[in-house]
Design a protein around this ligand. Structure first.
Ligand SMILES: O=C(O)C(=O)Cc1c[nH]c2ccccc12
Length: 713
């Protein structure tokens, strides 16, 4: 079950020719795929294209009606490999994943695909996770396009343009026999807008046609001697065909402006940011009318030399807005102009930073430098060089007064007790070397757990630990989530440690979903999903590849058991990989699943019990080790009610979901008995009322007696 349902929104995918589609770009992309007559779509979720996978899942019925097969790929390599279908047949297909990490994983298939080339249009929709808020290392997909010779579209964040680029992307792919990457940045994925729909198209050639009449063309294999020929095809045929198509179809856009002796060239994805910065500076209006001529590259690879020559004619300088590094486009423009002896000055990284996201303020500062150097008259005369003085002041105020809040586990997260247990075990066995992975569990590396040395990629935790195979009574620990396990971990971590006889501990954190990417189902998910095969136990898979020491904990909140099992794995005489599977359902998904059911039950008048935890302020010692060991966001501090004590007490706030971890941790760490559990009962029965009256009477009796004693003392 995914984070967000698109069941309502996907109805728009049925719109016919002439009707207006209104909505988010991610949905518009799906509509554009259907209008383009795709036969299959595959993908692996990840920010910022997780929602595309969710949309496709929710639209599966409609896709099937159109004969489109949608696959939830095991990983990005599998997603990219599915484009093999477009190599021999006139079948259009698309795959999607996040970049650049997904592109890294997919690169084997992408390189093979690029060598042989395609007959049917092949579109790779990459969610470029670059800039503030990104969850991964800061690199660019552009390098992949260049190294494998795939074309890269980077559309203006505008729903109409994005839809056009999907359609044109397939045509470009077919005329140049090359896979095309459609890059959607974080902000582009979530931009809202409208476009006039076309009818959905069913592919004329069907998947059944392919099965019934298999085509074999050995020259399309990525094998010698054909690979040598492929390289020549790329340079001599496919590239020129792509350049011609981009030019003839006006994929890139020119916007005129009065300051004709200068210009700005930008990646399509930068357009909205640049125009907003220009608008603030008085260089453009809100409708996009610019005073400086603009050249917008909706295709950033390959570049069209002739268009640059045309744009630079009569210009003394142009500014290149290219986010990230290396500055591939700027270097290419310099080479291009140098070869033609064109003297237009190229400003780019000379006025904009080499690293980091091009936010509005960064762009403004760059534009200002460019204008000061080449057309200072365009700037408002009273504009001070540093336009925003309040920002540094605000940053300083925030920096000194606001407590940093690192990302962490959700309230009730079943992974928190696992790492509390690991902290407790470290008290006994000393500090551990922990090779982490990708997923929610990676939050253990931050406060308050501070557990984990490295993360090397999805499903790679076990491989990252393996060289430190046990010595001197110590063993390395590796963590892999259930998402990572099925993505790649079964082979690359578990199989790897078995084969190498690694003496280590692998902890498989099983919360039932690919939780960090938005709660998608995976092979071992408990849910019954009509279109997928689920409920395949991790334990069976682990034993299947040869692990003999396997313990399965089915309730991670049992901190003492978690701690004892970890200790046993770290100290047993058994050599080789020791796997602990720690299973409890992701609390976020559980709440999403359970809350509507409970609400309905309360409405029907049924008895429903919810649990909450609390701290007895009279018992709380105020040392807050419970907070440090648990880190639950619903644990906070409150003034001490005892006038003779100054330390604030721990307090459980209302966001508590009653997982009980705080109490378990306090118990396992022998902290203090101040945690209590309360049951909130909706629609109580007579028996509930009766029990409550008895309790009130008994507790009231003792309380009154205590108070009398205290008064008389
Ligand atoms: O969803 C995200 O933000 C992720 O980073 C998860 C992810 C999806 N595919 C990957 C491939 C390599 C590393 C992380 C991921």
């Amino acid at each position: 079950m995914a984070e967000r349902s698109f069941k309502e929104e996907v109805k728009q995918l049925k719109l016919g020719a002439g009707e207006e589609f209104k909505g988010e770009a991610i949905l518009a992309v799906t509509k554009a795929l259907l209008q383009s007559g795709v036969s299959y779509v595959s993908g692996y979720q990840g920010a910022p294209i997780s929602h595309l996978i969710d949309v496709l899942n929710d639209a599966n019925e409609m896709l099937q009606e159109l004969g489109v097969r949608f696959e939830s790929s095991a990983n990005e390599a599998a997603a990219a490999a599915s484009l093999a279908v477009s190599v021999n047949y006139p079948l259009r297909g698309a795959c999607t994943f996040k970049a650049p990490v997904g592109t890294n994983v997919a690169s084997d298939a992408l390189a093979n695909l690029s060598s042989g080339g395609v007959k049917g249009g092949a579109l790779i929709i990459v969610g470029e996770d670059y800039g503030e808020g990104s969850s991964i290392m800061q690199e660019r997909s552009h390098a992949f396009a260049m190294k494998s010779q795939m074309w890269l579209l980077d559309p203006r964040p505008n729903v109409q343009t994005i839809v056009d680029m999907v359609e044109k992307g397939f045509q470009l792919s077919e005329v140049s026999n090359t896979a095309v990457m459609l890059q959607l940045r974080i902000r582009a994925c979530h931009v809202y807008g409208s476009f006039i729909a076309k009818d959905n198209k069913r592919s004329e050639f069907s998947r059944l046609d392919a099965l019934q009449n298999p085509v074999r063309d050995v020259s399309r294999y990525a094998l010698p001697p054909f690979t040598y020929q492929h390289e020549h095809e790329k340079i001599e045929q496919r590239w020129p065909a792509a350049v011609k198509f981009i030019k003839d179809n006006k994929i890139n856009e020119f916007f005129d402006g009065e300051a004709k002796d200068i210009g700005i060239v930008m990646q399509g994805g930068m357009y909205n940011g640049v125009l907003r910065a220009m608008e603030i500076m008085g260089l453009a209006d809100v409708y996009g009318n610019s005073r400086i001529p603009l050249y917008v590259l909706n295709a950033t690879y390959p570049l069209v030399d002739d268009e640059f020559v045309e744009f630079c004619a009569g210009k003394k300088a142009i500014m290149v807005v290219e986010e990230g590094q290396p500055e591939f486009i700027e270097q290419a423009i310099n080479t291009m102009l140098r070869r033609r002896d064109i003297q237009t000055r190229i400003e780019g990284k000379s006025v904009l930073p080499m690293a980091g996201e091009y936010t509005g303020s960064v762009l403004k500062a760059g534009l200002q430098k460019f204008c000061i150097a080449h057309r200072p008259d365009l700037l408002a005369p009273d504009e001070p060089p540093q336009t925003n003085k309040s920002l540094p002041a605000a940053l300083e105020t925030l920096g000194t007064n606001v407590q940093g809040r690192p990302p962490s586990f959700c309230t009730g997260c079943p992974e928190r007790p696992i790492f509390s247990a690991m902290k407790l075990v470290q008290r006994e066995v000393g500090p551990l070397h922990v090779s982490a992975d990708i997923g929610c569990h990676t939050f253990a590396s931050l406060q308050p757990f501070n557990i984990g040395q490295t993360t090397m990629g999805y499903g790679l935790g076990g491989a990252g630990a393996s060289p430190l195979s046990g010595q001197g009574g110590k063993r390395p620990v590796a963590v892999v989530g259930d998402g990572g396990f099925w993505h790649n971990g079964l082979v690359s971590s578990v199989g790897h440690q078995v084969f190498n006889k690694t003496d280590g501990v692998m902890l498989i954190v099983d919360n039932g979903y690919a939780a960090a990417t938005g709660g998608q189902d995976i092979l071992s998910s408990a849910a019954n999903v009509e279109t997928r095969s689920t409920q395949h136990p991790i334990e069976k898979a682990v034993r299947g590849v040869g692990v003999e020491w396997v313990k399965h904990i089915t309730r991670t909140y049992d901190v003492a058991k978690m701690r004892d099992t970890l200790r046993e794995a770290l100290t047993t005489d058994v050599k080789g990989p020791k796997v602990i599977i720690a299973s409890s359902e992701c609390m976020l998904n559980k709440q999403r699943r359970v809350k509507p059911l409970l609400r309905a039950a309360v409405k029907r008048g049924e008895r429903v019990v919810r649990e909450r935890f609390g701290v007895d302020p009279d018992t709380c010692t105020g040392d807050h080790s419970c907070i440090r060991l648990s880190g639950c966001p619903s644990l906070t501090i409150a003034p001490n009610p005892d006038p003779l004590r100054r330390d604030p007490v721990t307090k459980v706030i209302n966001s508590c979901v009653g997982c009980g971890n705080c109490g378990e941790v306090a118990h396992a760490a022998i902290l203090c008995p101040s945690f209590f559990r309360a049951s909130i009962i909706d629609n109580p029965t007579r028996w509930d009322f009766f029990k409550q009256r008895i309790r009130d009477a008994v507790i009231g009796f003792f309380q009154r007696r205590l108070e009398r004693k205290m008064v008389s003392a």
